[in-house]
Design a protein around this ligand. Structure first.
Ligand code: IPE
Ligand code: IPE
Ligand code: MG
Length: 238
């Protein structure tokens, strides 16, 4: 693969990049390893991605780590995913803090193991004033659920006879404070959204990569950003 880093215009990198990190299971199966080994390798890739994203000057990176549909998997895989989430946070926390990264989470807290939830909430609290870059982990996240939750939130605050508008719904999304998603990358070779950011992706540029997430290298991110920079974003205009 070409070296894409030198082809990127450093002044036009996307502000907000969202990634569906797919392919961990297939990566492991190809090597006759347990699927959880693929998830472990996948978590390490997140660690190196954080450095590259800071280096590029991205403002926000949103990472899909567990969907509301992933509960359909065998219990052993789901339990293993929570263990990996916990040990990832525990082992990377100091580095995250030193690098001035702010961590936020989008998704439904209900249903997460109590220990995982506590570790997540501590990480959010301890990084909330950090400024360099925001990482938004989508955990137990579903795009349809987010829209329903937002509408329900709005109903609770609704004034008599008030109608819902796009701006009002925006205000109640999990990610209301984040800029629009400029670029969505899905690894693993599938061409679908899998219930990710349904509302926020309205005008996002999509890049689908064949690479399985544990094999994702900085050059894949550079390639995706290079492609993004060569798109003509019209937003319905001319
Ligand atoms: C993505 O990898 C991670 C999660 C959904 C938790 P997968 O586990 O979906 O990997 P494949 O798609 O089976 O290869
Ligand atoms: C999407 O991947 C969810 C995450 C990467 C966390 P899936 O592997 O769950 O999606 P499908 O089942 O292929 O649509
Ligand atoms: Mg998958």
């Amino acid at each position: 693969m070409k070296d894409y880093k030198r082809l990127i215009d450093p002044n036009r990198v996307a502000a907000h990049v969202a990634i569906i990190m797919d392919g961990n299971g297939r990566w492991a199966e190809k090597r006759s390893l347990p699927r959880l080994e693929g998830h472990r390798r996948g978590a390490e890739v997140i660690d190196s991605l954080m450095d590259v994203a800071v280096d590029l000057g991205l403002q926000v990176v949103t990472l899909y780590t567990f969907s509301t549909e992933n509960w359909l998997r065998p219990k052993a895989e789901v339990d293993g995913l929570w263990e990996i989430t916990e040990s990832f946070i525990i082992s990377k926390k100091e580095k995250i803090k030193q690098n001035d990264l702010r961590i936020i989470f989008s998704g439904i807290k209900n249903g997460l193991p109590a220990s995982t939830l506590r570790i997540i909430e501590e990480l959010i609290e301890e990084t909330k004033n950090n400024k360099k870059m925001t990482i938004n982990f989508c955990v137990n996240y579903g795009g349809r659920q987010e829209i329903v939750d937002s509408v329900n939130q709005w109903i609770q605050h609704r004034k008599l006879n008030e109608s819902l508008t796009i701006d009002k719904l925006n205000k109640y999304l999990y990610t209301s404070e984040l800029p629009d998603v400029d670029l969505m990358i899905r690894t693993g070779g599938e061409y679908r959204i899998s219930n990710f950011l349904l509302w926020q992706l309205a005008y996002t540029e999509f890049v689908f990569l064949k690479v399985l997430w544990p094999d994702f290298k900085p050059n894949h991110l550079y390639k995706a950003i290079y492609e993004y920079q060569n798109r003509d974003r019209r937003f319905g205009g001319l």
